[in-house]
Structures are given as structure tokens and as C-alpha cells.
Write a protein that binds this ligand. Structure first.
Ligand SMILES: Nc1ncnc2c1ncn2[C@@H]1O[C@H](COP(=O)(O)OP(=O)(O)OP(=O)(O)O)[C@@H](O)[C@H]1O
Length: 341
């Protein structure tokens, strides 16, 4: 069980005090996947860093498995961190060590014997799906594989709690889903409590059972994910929910187009100043006599021209897609082909 009691964290800066976490109360049951969502600057990182003592509260208590984290001695905190481990947005791997040696690192520090380290790293590599890559260096891995190393390393000392600091924010949507699936498997298998912070409602919807919405250091909404999605109370939560549903709708529409017209292509057209979106598209449709479907568009006018994007579907046909692409490029429109957004 994890508990925060009236936790405050204030940073003293030259410009005055900043209250990053402002009287937060919280209870997390063992085995839960608890998500904290908020926009940049809401206080999420500061909050999550208090669960393993990387930040100490200015006021209040952080209790993890009966231990008051802010009051532990250095030695006890070191031991506690073996049981409250963390994964990071940018993985924080040791670049000069192989996959296997990265995973072995926390075990070496904990004084585990060589034979046990071997056995454990082998099992962890299998657990996170990295068999065959044990001798690779981080620079030779994809983002998803790097995060798998991060997860295996975090599991090395059999933690009770796993903290995830924007763990999927640097990954593409498909890899994000794969890593989220892995986290759910681990949570179920090991009954591990997971606390994650994110700015993506999709992550919360996909894996969390409970969510807290953070704004200006405070929890403005908290509860079971399903209830928060069904009936968001605050403006900030409504925005997160709406953005997520919109992204989900788009995903479904793109899948429908792909299924129905597998030989067509989905393009994202990026407008950055200068070019106006409608005449550009009208020109292409007219010149090539093709039906281009606009699936989604978010194009805004500014004093200096148009910016934003459009997602369009180009049917299969007797025309050169390369030529259209070139023409669009010449008009100042950047084209991404077969987007999965
Ligand atoms: N070490 C620090 N010294 C001074 N101010 C800090 C420090 N760490 C965080 N802050 C401030 O505390 C507030 C909350 O920051 P925090 O990083 O916790 O938010 P966040 O929700 O994680 O945002 P992001 O997603 O951008 O990391 C911000 O105003 C930030 O500038």
C-alpha cells in the first residue's frame, strides 16, 4: 500500500518559491496500475520522484509499504530503491554496457553472486522479449528495445513498485502499445504496483485502473479510470478525454480506409506558412482528376500564412504519386506517406 498524506513540495528559486506539489493526498492499493496525467509543469515528475526519495517532501508524508520515505536513512533509502524501481522517458541506459550488463548492473550493486546474476539476467531478457540481443549495445537497439532493457533492469531486484516516468513518450504509437502490453503482463504476473506519469490519456485508458489529473500541483480529479472517462468533472480532464477519443476515432477511420482500399495511400500534408491548404488540394485534384478524401484536417491561418496538417487518402489509380508529391513539395507542403497517426 502506498499513501501520500498532505504532501507539499516547494522549490526555492531566485524568482521566489514554486510549489510543484500542493497538498496531495493519495492511496494506491497493491497491484494497482495508477496513472497521473497532467500538462507540462503540472508537477507530475516532482510527484513521482517522491515515491523513491529522489525528491523529499517539504511537508507531509510519503509512505511506501509502511516506510516513511522522507525519513529513511541513506542506507535504508538505498535498500528501498531496490524495491521501488523506475523507468524513464529517455531510458537512462549505460551506453558502454551491453543489454545483459545493463540489466546486471543493479544486481552487481546489490552484491548478488555472479551465478545468480547470470541466471537472473537470462530470465529477465526472456521476460522482456530481448532474447538474441543480450550482447548488443544500447546504440544498436530501437527505442522500444531500449525501454525493454530499462524494464528488465528495473525488475532485476524484484521490486514491489515500478515507477514509470513518461516511459512511452519517446516511442511511436505501435511501440507504445507494445510496451504498455508488457507493463500489464508484468503487473499481472508479479502483482507489481505500477505508478506512471504521462500527458497522454491513451496511456491511462489502455492500462491504468485509477487515474489522478494534476494541475498546478494539485489533484483536480481522481478516481477509477472508467468513471473519469464516463463523466469527467473538470475542464482539464474533459480536454484530455476529448483529445483521446478524437485520436481513437481517427485511428479507426484510417484502419477502415486501409481495409477498404488497401492499394491506396494515406498521406499527411504539413503546411508551414505561405501555402493555403484548399487551393493546393483543389489544384492536385483538378490536374490529376483523382478523388482525394480529406480524413482529418487541422489547418490554421496566421498573419504569416497557413500552418497545420491534413490527413488525406489517395486512391489507387493511373497517376504518379511521386509527381504529386514533388508538386506538393514545390508548393511548400511537406508530405509524409502512409502515416499511422
Ligand atoms: N529542481 C527544481 N527547481 C525549481 N523548480 C522546479 C524544479 N523541479 C521542478 N520545478 C518546477 O516545478 C513545477 C512542476 O514541474 P514538474 O517537472 O514536476 O512538472 P511536470 O508535470 O512533470 O512537467 P513536464 O511534463 O514538463 O516534466 C514547474 O513549474 C517546474 O518549473
Amino acid at each position: 500500500m502506498i499513501e501520500l498524506n498532505k504532501v507539499v513540495k516547494t522549490f526555492k528559486t531566485k524568482k521566489g518559491d514554486i510549489t510543484a506539489v500542493d497538498h496531495v493526498d493519495l492511496k494506491i492499493d497493491k497491484g494497482s496500475i495508477y496513472g497521473v496525467i497532467g500538462f507540462s509543469g503540472a508537477g507530475k515528475s516532482t510527484l513521482i520522484r517522491m515515491f523513491n526519495g529522489l525528491e523529499t517532501p517539504t511537508e507531509g508524508e510519503v509512505i511506501v509499504d509502511s516506510a516513511n520515505i522522507g525519513k529513511l536513512s541513506k542506507q535504508d533509502l538505498r535498500l528501498k530503491r531496490q524495491k521501488v524501481s523506475m523507468i524513464f522517458q529517455h531510458f537512462n541506459l549505460l551506453w558502454s554496457r551491453t543489454v545483459k550488463d545493463n540489466i546486471a548492473f543493479p544486481l552487481e550493486i546489490a552484491g548478488v553472486s555472479k551465478s545468480e546474476i547470470n541466471e537472473k539476467t537470462k530470465a529477465l531478457i526472456k521476460r522482456v522479449g530481448l532474447e538474441g540481443r543480450e550482447n548488443a549495445y544500447p546504440s544498436q537497439l530501437s527505442g522500444g528495445q531500449k525501454q525493454r532493457v530499462g524494464i528488465a533492469r528495473a525488475l532485476a531486484n524484484d521490486p514491489h513498485v515500478l515507477l514509470c516516468d513518461e516511459a512511452t513518450s519517446a516511442l511511436d504509437p505501435q511501440t507504445t502499445d507494445e510496451i504498455l502490453d508488457l507493463l500489464v503482463d508484468i503487473n499481472k504476473e508479479l502483482n507489481l504496483t505500477i505508478i506512471l506519469i504521462t500527458h497522454e490519456m491513451h496511456v491511462i485508458r489502455k492500462i491504468c485502473d485509477h487515474v489522478a489529473v494534476m494541475e498546478n500541483g494539485k489533484f483536480v480529479e481522481e478516481g477509477e479510470v472508467i468513471n473519469v472517462f464516463n463523466d469527467p468533472q473538470t475542464y482539464v480532464t474533459q480536454r484530455f478525454v476529448k483529445d483521446d477519443l478524437k485520436a481513437d476515432d481517427l485511428q479507426r477511420t484510417l484502419e477502415d480506409f486501409r481495409k477498404e482500399q488497401p492499394n491506396g495511400e494515406i498521406w499527411k500534408l504539413n503546411f508551414v506558412g505561405g501555402t493555403s491548404s484548399e487551393p493546393v488540394l483543389a489544384k492536385i485534384i483538378k490536374t490529376y482528376n483523382i478523388d482525394i478524401n480529406v480524413i482529418e484536417g487541422d489547418v490554421k491561418l496566421t498573419q504569416n500564412g497557413t500552418f497545420g496538417h491534413m490527413i488525406v487518402h489517395l486512391p489507387q489509380g493511373d497517376y504518379s504519386k511521386d509527381q504529386i508529391k514533388k508538386e506538393l513539395n514545390d508548393l511548400g507542403v511537406k508530405v509524409e506517406v502512409n502515416v499511422s497517426e
